[in-house]
Design a protein around this ligand. Structure first.
Ligand code: GDP
Ligand code: MG
Length: 451
């Protein structure tokens, strides 16, 4: 996500030298670099211009905090402006209406409407415990109806059985009736995409909008369209009262132009990010967290949420209880923790969210995941129950046997035992909360960096 922008900004922002105040002189070169970085990220020209001016106005004459370098002080200012640029705060979905709350997905073809409709279904079902009905009004491509159905089924959500001979307006009216009749909390309406902005399609979607009166009209747009995303959103907004934007395919977008332009060009908030093809790859958009990511500070808060939703709660609780009771944290627990981390998308996915890790070369990240991780599990698997419970008995001959059994060197076994020892010490310090608490502690560290 936004790697190019992050690389460029984190390189240039380190270059500010001098002490005391930030002056026009000592930020001039860096400001120029920021400008270029934003243009390269495909941020709209006017947005770049305004942004750079705001940063300059704030920065010049700004007193540098004694404990910071001017570079750090400048980063703080840039971060604050980035947050403001993206709307400041998170805008949650509005569901405050007489049920069913209707969500309408609009946007160009291929933007990710159908995928996002299913993602929202899952999100509302799991986070808000809502009973959700999905419906597709994309009658132009029979495959599109099927696509939503398949996604809905895999996410365990009901899908209104639309058929390709119906008219979009009839379909949505029927679906809404059904949703009321069967007490659904939310109805998510997927629509046909246009290849271009098309008058007829636009009038159709206006009719659909009028018929179902959605509380959320979400414009879905592919982040990789860069600043064009903002322009397309503007055209849609002139036809329909959009309530928010879903920026998709952010996982593949190295530039970040859309995220920075859309708010200013449309006046509408980005509410969610699509981070992958799977139905769980939906993240609420938090300007502060994204700004941190852009500046290479990692994203502790998202990480914590990942852990909280995807991590095994039961397991975490059990561990927390163990720690509280003063029971020993043994290698079996350690193995569980490793597995849990793997469930969260592996070490590489966790690592990229940690401060400073954004810059690790791809192959190193990959190695972290593969060698380090899978090996550790293999090593523990080769231990006897007794060894797992009492690692201190693992000496020379046992080490050799374990190494042989798991196809690694004795040093690897040593390394694992050392890691385990560190982990055990860390766990001891925690009164409760297991890994989540540990991440909270790390989040604290993240803030210290820029205070
Ligand atoms: P629609 O025409 O607007 O309904 O778009 P679809 O939902 O059919 O999505 C078009 C393609 O983009 C599909 O192959 C999706 O799997 C893919 N896609 C959608 N959202 C994302 C995302 O957030 N990340 C990635 N990598 N792919 C996505
Ligand atoms: Mg579709």
């Amino acid at each position: 996500m936004f790697e190019n922008l992050t690389d460029r900004l984190s390189r240039t922002l380190r270059n500010i030298s001098g002490r005391g105040r930030l002056t026009e002189e000592n930020i001039k070169e860096t400001l120029r670099e920021v400008r270029i970085a934003l243009l390269e990220a495909d941020v709209a020209l006017k947005v770049v211009h305004d942004f750079v001016n705001r940063v300059k106005e704030t920065a010049v004459g700004h007193e540098v905090n004694k404990s910071l370098t001017p570079g750090q002080e400048f980063v703080k200012i840039v971060k604050k402006e980035l947050i403001a640029q993206m709307g400041g705060v998170n805008n949650a979905l509005n569901l405050a209406t007489q049920p069913p709350a209707v969500l309408l997905m609009v946007g160009l073809q291929g933007a990710g409407k159908t995928t996002s409709a299913a993602k929202f279904g899952k999100f509302l079902k799991e986070k808000y415990k809502k009973k959700v009905l999905l419906v597709s009004a994309d009658v132009y491509r029979p495959a599109a109806l099927k696509q939503l159905e398949v996604l809905a089924t895999s996410a365990g959500i009901d899908c209104f059985p639309a058929d390709a001979i119906g008219k979009p307006l009839d379909i949505v009216n029927q679906a809404l009736k059904q949703a009321k009749l069967k007490f659904y909390d939310a109805l998510i309406v997927d629509t046909a995409g246009f290849l271009h902005i098309d008058k007829e399609m636009m009038s159709e979607i206006k009719q659909v909008h009028a018929a179902i009166n959605p509380i959320e009209t979400l414009f879905v747009v592919d982040a990789m369209t860069g600043q064009d995303a903002a322009n397309i959103a503007k055209v849609f907004h002139e036809a329909l009262p959009l309530t928010g934007i879903v920026l998709t395919k952010v996982d593949g977008d190295a530039r970040g132009g859309a995220a920075l332009s859309i708010r200013q060009v449309t006046g509408k908030p980005i509410k969610f990010l699509g981070m992958g093809e799977k139905t769980e790859a939906l993240e609420p958009f938090h300007p502060d967290r994204v700004a941190s990511r852009i500046l290479g500070m990692g994203d502790m808060l998202s990480l914590i949420e990942d852990i909280e939703t995807q991590g095994n709660h039961e397991q975490a609780k059990k561990l927390a209880n163990k720690v509280k009771k003063g029971d020993k944290f043994d290698l079996t627990d350690f193995l569980e923790q490793l597995k849990q981390m793997r469930k969260m998308g592996g070490m590489a996915s966790i690592l990229t969210k940690l401060p400073g890790v954004g810059q690790l070369p791809e192959n190193v990240k990959w190695q972290m995941e593969d060698k380090f991780f899978i090996r550790m599990e293999a090593i523990i698997n080769s231990m006897t129950v007794k060894e797992r419970a009492k690692p201190e008995i693992i000496k020379g001959s046992r080490k050799r046997r374990i190494a042989l059994g798991s196809g690694v060197q004795v040093q690897d076994v040593n390394r694992l035992l050392k890691k385990f020892d560190e982990m055990q010490r860390m766990i001891k310090k925690l009164k409760k909360g297991g890994i989540v608490k540990m991440m909270h502690t790390m989040k604290g560290m993240d803030n210290v960096e820029f205070r």
